[in-house]
Ligand binder design. Structure first.
Ligand code: RNT
Ligand code: ZN
Length: 419
């Protein structure tokens, strides 16, 4: 039954369509493009990056603050929470796993595909893709902040094996789902204070990566990515795997690069890097986050930075080519809401970018009419994107407005508060 409110949504959509048409934008085409977008959801928001290994008393190299009730502590709980979050998003989804979300008994460096079979059968059932990461943290084999660049050979060898296993598992997952599984490598390795010999540590990183990435896999199922960072808490002075290091390594060795939007100077634009880097690297993975002062991992919101990322992806014709994922964690609010807010913000930014009058902007630019380009750049902010958004939600039966938070509160009462 069509309610009054739905009628208003449909009318608003028709009006919006003609306003966009005036600006030369084909709304139906934008909707078609939108329906293909896949975003990878980071499972680690659900349990505050704790993992399923029951590693009581082991230091974590990821700083998560807050103790809001209802954190997931089992694979089943994370999966149930993820299903709830994705039901509130109009996108297509992959789920991004870390190797310490294994549900088998193998130690981290001996993990096998079957340790993740529960995740895979769930993904198959729900139609999710899967991505993967080797977890180089929260383990007694960490040498402080150091994993594959520890000065101790036995430590390096352990973590190299973790990296190799993770690629093998990701490849098997990809084959099983007949889809690409992106395996990302981020290591926390770095120094709180000034290192004496940066060359020494970067050499170790290069050697260890060479060993991890030695085996070649069919890229149809496994794509490798390397994620750099500016600094971490406890490693403020030196990060061995900086963006420059990985970018150079990725180009030389034909592997992908992961750019986490929280891992750069706050005024540095990852959006700007996409056109600079994409012609030269085999693959780009985005970890969309929101950096605030010294924290790299606040919940993603509808910011200008987020929109500019999707502007670059869509204008560069990179939709479906670039791997898009979320990466943040907040333990001070409802964790399902944290996912849903970020997913909806990403979806809205993608839709907005697809609806912008890029043709008009580009024409003005080619004609050297920078006055018109500037006018359109600002004027297009007032176009009725939200009418199209509401239409998509209605069409795909995804909650709108206040009913999103009502549903989350109900889930909190019925499920999360009982944990
Ligand atoms: C950390 C990186 C990494 C994350 C893990 C969970 O700074 O952003 O991508 O996967 O921390
Ligand atoms: Zn990241």
């Amino acid at each position: 039954m069509i309610k009054d409110y739905d009628n208003i949504t449909l009318k608003n959509y028709e009006n919006a369509k003609s306003i966009f048409a005036d600006y030369g934008v084909d709304t139906e085409k934008a909707l078609e493009e939108f329906s293909k977008i896949k975003v990878s959801v980071h499972c680690w928001q659900g349990d505050d990056v704790k993992g399923l290994e029951k590693s009581e008393g082991v230091a974590s190299q990821n700083l998560v603050t807050g103790n809001y009730m209802g954190a997931a502590t089992t694979g089943d709980e994370i999966r149930s929470d993820l299903d709830m979050a994705t039901s509130l998003s109009p996108l297509k989804h992959k789920i991004n796993l870390h190797s310490f979300y294994s549900e088998g008994n193998n130690p981290r460096n001996k993990q096998e595909y079957k340790d993740f079979s529960k995740w895979v059968s769930w993904a198959k059932e729900k139609g999710y893709g899967l991505d993967f990461n080797a977890s180089f943290f929260t383990h007694e084999m960490m040498d402080g902040n150091l994993s594959i660049t520890s000065t101790k050979k036995e430590v390096r060898d352990f973590w190299i094996e973790v990296g190799q296993r993770s690629r093998e598992i990701a490849y098997q997952i990809g084959k099983e789902l007949n889809d690409v599984c992106v395996n990302n490598i981020w290591v926390p390795d770095g120094m709180k204070d000034i290192p004496a010999d940066r060359f020494y540590f970067r050499n170790l990183l290069r050697e260890s990566l060479d060993a991890i990435l030695e085996k070649k896999y069919d890229k149809k199922y496994l794509v490798d990515a390397l994620e750099g960072k500016l600094f971490s808490i406890g490693a403020e002075s030196f990060t061995t795997g900086s963006h420059d290091f990985y970018l150079a390594y990725a180009i030389k060795n034909n592997v992908g690069i992961c750019m986490d939007t929280g891992h750069y100077h706050l005024t540095e634009s990852v959006a700007d890097k996409i056109s600079a880097v994409s012609p030269f690297v085999s693959d780009i993975l985005l970890h969309i986050s929101r950096g605030v002062r010294w924290d790299s991992d606040h919940v993603v919101l509808q910011t200008d930075e987020l929109l500019s990322l999707f502007e670059e992806i869509t204008r560069g014709g990179l939709l479906g080519k670039i791997h898009i994922g979320l990466d943040y964690f907040d333990a001070s609010i409802n964790r399902v809401a944290a996912w849903a807010i970020g997913l909806r913000a990403a979806a809205k930014a993608a839709l907005t970018a697809l609806l912008q009058p890029f043709g008009e902007l580009k024409k003005a630019e080619l004609e050297g009419d920078y006055t018109k380009r500037l006018f359109v750049t600002d004027d297009m902010k007032n176009l009725p994107y939200n009418a199209v958004w509401e239409y998509i939600l209605l069409k795909d039966n995804v909650s709108t407005g206040k009913s999103v938070i009502d549903k989350i509160k109900l889930y909190e009462k019925d499920v999360l508060s009982k944990r």
